[in-house]
Design a protein around this ligand. Structure first.
Ligand code: PGA
Ligand code: ZN
Length: 425
């Protein structure tokens, strides 16, 4: 093991994400010998209450450049973090949060702070000679159920489906590798039957790698998924979930949700969910109501009896989560590190969720990169669930492939969360 844990260099650079938009990459060097590198992912269907993503504006990269954030990494954060002990990760996160001084990281940018925060965690783990998941939690052993977004709609693609994500959960598999194989086999069948019914344009994929067929109706998408599952022979191994991303469907002025060409009240939308949950084995619904309707979330959580996940509702923010817990709004936290902008704060949010009986779903962003950090974080949290898109395209598969490596590394210690995904430990 090393003797010197001193941070000897911090270097940020601008890279591009899977959509071709710029994002932040940070290198943290320890003792001039060990590298921790992390990329920051970016959302498209974002919550209003997320931490601030600093973009340059102007003409370069259509205004999406991150040179200002990179400058903040290299000129403002780096001098303060240099020579510090990389094992003091929490202290260093706190230091950056204080240097920023704003409620939502508007000064330095959440993308600048998070890049350094994650690179420090990676560098700390590597200098200690342990994998990141073990560094997060020495008792990490649970492999998450992959929530595979096989049909994309909403803001993540260009079809007419209003719900953003139609998700498969292979809870009946024995291991993570079996889960991955099952969903990949189903996805292959799904592509074939979609081409057969709608023509080859139907299998163009959305931002998260799921097919984006030219459909309007929710039941039509669900029926195709169910058919693919049955044809692949896995009806008894799979359940379903939605991410509605309903803030994008909500009109604040009329207080109505636009679904399948209709304008639904909150109550009518809840009725629709009840019907869908009765018709299909749906076990989880994310963002069923718009991001500030804590009260509606509380009613729906009580009435629906399935996992209700708060994404835009909580934005991985302990204050918003605490409010949700108080009001019994949702029963699950969608966990995206860049929504809050530092690893320490995100870990605090997860701990708060677990303490109060809320489940935790570790999640990608639609704008990902080849960085596989969230796979380690999902195992590190023993979260039991991970959303990393469909099992295609390298920015999605790198997370699943990393989970295969972790499963192998853990050997007989590994447990696949399976049907216990809401309470895996
Ligand atoms: P985003 O979408 O990464 O674009 O926010 C994913 C989601 O809503 O879960
Ligand atoms: Zn979401």
């Amino acid at each position: 093991m090393r003797k010197n844990f001193e941070i000897t260099a911090v270097h940020g650079r601008e890279i591009i994400d899977c959509r071709g938009y710029p994002t932040v990459q940070v290198d943290v060097w320890v003792d001039n010998a060990v590298l921790g590198r992390a990329n920051v992912a970016c959302g498209r269907s974002k919550g209003t209450h997320e931490a601030f993503e600093l973009r340059d504006g102007g003409k370069r990269y259509a205004g999406f450049g991150v040179r200002k954030a990179i400058d903040n990494v290299n000129k403002v954060i780096a001098p303060e973090v240099m020579s510090k002990d990389v094992r003091d990760r929490r202290k260093l996160d706190k230091l950056m949060i204080e240097m920023d001084g704003t409620e939502n990281k508007a000064k330095l940018g959440a993308n600048a702070i998070l890049g350094v925060s994650l690179a420090i965690a990676r560098a700390a783990a590597s200098s200690l000679g342990i994998p990141l998941y073990k560094y997060i939690n020495s008792n990490a052993y649970i492999l998450p159920v992959p929530m595979m977004n096989l049909i994309n709609g909403g803001k993540l693609t260009s079809n007419y489906l209003d719900f953003q994500e139609f998700i498969l959960m292979p809870v009946g598999a024995e291991t993570f590798s079996e889960a991955l194989r099952i969903t990949s086999e189903i996805n292959i069948v799904l592509r074939d039957i979609l081409v057969e019914k709608y023509g080859k344009l139907a299998v163009n994929v959305g931002d998260e790698g799921g097919c984006s067929p030219p459909m309007r109706e929710i039941r039509e998408a669900m029926d195709m998924l169910v058919k693919a599952v049955e044809m692949a022979g896995y009806a008894n191994k799979v359940v379903y979930a939605f991410d509605i991303a309903s803030t994008g469907l909500y009109d604040k002025r009329t207080e109505k949700y636009a679904v399948e060409g209709r304008r639904l009240s909150r109550e009518e939308l809840i009725e629709l969910y009840k019907e869908l949950v009765t018709s299909y084995p749906i076990v989880s619904i994310e963002d069923p109501l718009y991001e500030d309707d804590f009260e509606g979330f509380a009613t729906l959580t009580k009435e629906l009896g399935v996992q209700i996940v708060g994404d835009d509702l909580f934005t991985t923010n302990t204050k918003r989560l605490a409010k949700g817990i108080e009001m019994k709004a949702a029963n699950s936290l969608l966990w995206k590190v860049n929504q809050v902008g530092s690893l320490s704060e995100a870990l605090d949010a997860a701990a708060l969720a677990f303490r109060n009986g809320y489940s935790v779903v570790v999640s990608e962003r639609s704008g990902e990169t080849e960085d596989d950090t969230i796979a380690d974080l999902a195992v590190g949290l023993n979260a039991g669930q991970i959303k990393a898109g469909a099992p295609v395209r390298a920015e999605r598969t790198c997370k699943y492939n990393r989970l295969l490596q972790i499963e192998e590394e853990l050997g007989p210690v590994a447990r696949y969360a399976g049907k216990n995904f809401r309470q895996p430990f």
